[in-house]
Write a protein that binds this ligand. Structure first.
Ligand SMILES: Cc1cc2nc3c(=O)[nH]c(=O)nc-3n(C[C@H](O)[C@H](O)[C@H](O)COP(=O)(O)OP(=O)(O)OC[C@H]3O[C@@H](n4cnc5c(N)ncnc54)[C@H](O)[C@@H]3O)c2cc1C
Length: 551
């Protein structure tokens, strides 16, 4: 993906469809449209998946809670949504097996009756899923559950085991954008739509500002597809100020604890919180993510950061389920996202529909893909591009169902051993490269071999290789420190202090690749470290600011 080349294309070419927003919805839609042979542009005002799509719980699921609601309320729409989610689990994993896999989840219960209730529900969940590669669930007695997850409370009666999918959300979105780019899309990050030029009310072009240089470009397209998730109303109203708002943003946060909190590959589902929702504790790399919350969110200009009352709520919620309750001082990071819920007549955000909608404003011509969830991004994209096909009057069917994403084809995790043998890299590095880049891992290994110093790790305790930073700049359009540390690696999500410590080294490597001046490099490093310090402060965590490494 070459940003300069693609930005020039934005200036020169005229597109069938210009997709605004490169999270799950937009990146998915771009790939769908490009595979149908349309001329496509994909732009985002930040990095790929820099908003909600990098801050999810990282589950590919039908949603056990939605199933419960569907049954209790005899709600067929919810049931259909669960079925779609369960069907998509297979496809999401098959198309990018390096980034997604089945996850075992235990639900501890405190009585025989509760166990029976959960077993019936989860058996139904498995039945709806039908025949797929996911193992089926079972009801375990306390001893069996403790073998699988030794840190669970001895107070539990038993635990119900079931399976869903887990994935690396930001890298999945990047793989979608990258795949769209290889299929001919002009993909540009840090390119914000700041206005539309309209004739007789209809959009003719979009004014796009390069967020790195300040330059503006007028992008020409037949159709503009708004995929800006929780921010969708801003563009809808920019296109047509007379329409109503449709999005009700809802904030969800996670806290990040050491892996020893669970000391297991099994996640846990807490089936009922004080406010009637579910919370997960999920192993992810060498950490455990606990979340999420669900509260109305007003100020969309502010990044949704972790706050002290959310920390308390999540610690309080997991406490009864663990033998040793985690404390504030063990929290190593946190992250928050904003759900793009669609406004309905129902009162609170917990019952708002997670379903999606493709909206066409006949006056301005703007198409908007609203709502949805990560799990069903492919179906959402297909529905949106079906509508594009109709409006372009160029009917072509979607072919994303069986399309491998970048890195996914012929992926075998065990190939890390041949990487180790051929390139002499440590085993942990080779395994990390496989899980991060899939079948493109060898390209990174080659780069490490070819260029002096790039085969070194950034720090002994982690598998991150210097060559990766160079690869991410050259091949994956990384242009800021956060692009590397938060999204292409997931370090910012799991350890704020270590992220701050490694930022100067990453900045040095990026500076050489991107010809940053000394002043710019120092400023980028300082402001990123300051931001991380702010996260720690705002969450009310007892971390020492002094751990931030000197620049
Ligand atoms: C806490 C939390 C946990 C979740 N967990 C799960 C889960 O486990 N499983 C699941 O299936 N779903 C989950 N979801 C839902 C899922 O993450 C979202 O539905 C999905 O990521 C939304 O993707 P999106 O592309 O619509 O929005 P976003 O990812 O927010 O993307 C919108 C993009 O638009 C860009 N943009 C905005 N304005 C402009 C502009 N003017 N010009 C250019 N670009 C612009 C933004 O920069 C952004 O990148 C979760 C959501 C939250 C909040």
């Amino acid at each position: 993906m070459n940003r300069n080349v693609n930005r020039e294309r934005l200036r020169q070419e005229s597109f069938d469809v210009c997709i605004i927003g490169a999270g799950a919805s937009g990146a998915g839609a771009a790939l769908d449209a490009a595979l149908r042979g349309y001329r496509v542009a994909l732009i985002d005002r930040g990095d790929f998946a820099s908003e909600t799509s990098s801050r999810s719980t990282k589950l590919i699921h039908g949603g056990v809670r939605y199933l419960e609601q569907a049954i209790k309320k005899l709600d067929l729409a919810q049931l259909r949504q669960v079925r779609h989610g369960l069907a998509e689990r297979r496809t999401v994993i098959r198309n990018a097996p390096h980034l997604a896999h089945p996850l075992a989840i235990l639900t501890p219960v405190f009585s025989w009756f509760e166990g029976l209730y959960m077993t019936i529900g989860l058996t139904l969940y498995d039945l709806i899923a039908g025949h797929d590669s996911f193992p089926k669930g079972s009801w375990l007695n306390q001893a069996e559950a403790l073998v699988k997850s030794p840190m669970l409370t001895r107070e539990m009666h038993s635990a119900v085991l079931y399976y869903d999918g887990q994935f690396n959300d930001a890298r999945y979105a990047l793989a979608l954008a990258h795949s769209a780019d290889e299929a001919g899309t002009a993909v540009v990050n840090y390119a914000a739509v700041t206005g539309f030029r309209r004739e007789n009310g209809r959009i003719k072009s979009a004014t796009v500002q390069d967020q790195l240089t300040g330059e503006t470009i007028e992008v020409q397209a037949t159709i503009f597809l708004n995929c800006t998730g929780p921010y969708a109303d801003a563009l809808r109203l920019l296109a047509n100020p007379t329409i109503d708002q449709r999005i009700r943003p809802s904030k969800g946060v996670h806290i990040v604890l050491p892996r020893e909190t669970l000391a297991s590959d099994y996640a846990i589902l807490i089936p009922k919180t004080a406010d009637g929702r579910v919370v997960f504790a999920i192993p992810f790399g060498d950490k455990v993510f606990v979340g999420t919350t669900d509260n109305d969110y007003k100020d969309l200009n502010q990044e949704p950061v972790l706050e002290p009352d959310e920390v308390d709520y999540l610690l309080e919620t997991v406490r009864p389920y663990l033998a040793k309750a985690p404390t504030r001082s063990e929290i190593q990071a946190g992250f928050g996202g904003i759900r793009p819920l669609i406004v309905s007549s129902r009162a609170d955000t917990k019952t708002l529909l997670r379903d999606h909608e493709v909206e066409h404003d006949p006056e301005s011509g703007l198409l908007s893909l609203l709502g949805g969830k990560w799990t069903t991004y492919r179906i959402m994209a297909q529905d949106a591009i079906d509508r594009v096909a109709e409006l372009l009057n160029k009917p072509v069917k979607s072919s994303t169902e069986n399309h491998y994403l970048i890195g996914g084809e012929n992926y075998r995790f065990d190939d890390w051993q041949s990487l180790e043998a051929h390139y002499g890299l440590p085993a942990d590095v080779c395994q990390h490269l496989m899980k991060t880049y899939g079948n493109r891992a060898e390209r990174v290994a080659k780069l490490a071999q070819q260029e002096l110093g790039l085969a070194e790790k950034l720090i002994d305790s982690q598998p991150f290789l210097k060559a990766e930073v160079v690869y991410q700049v050259r091949e994956e359009m990384a242009v800021t420190l956060r692009d590397v540390l938060a999204r292409r690696w997931r370090l910012e999500l799991s350890n704020w202090q270590l992220t701050a410590q490694l930022a100067p080294q990453v900045a040095e490597l990026m500076a050489a690749e991107l010809s940053w001046s000394e002043t710019y490099r120092a400023e980028q490093t300082r402001s990123y470290q300051q931001l991380l310090g702010e996260f720690i402060k705002q969450a009310g965590l007892p971390f020492e600011q002094s751990v931030m490494a000197p620049i």
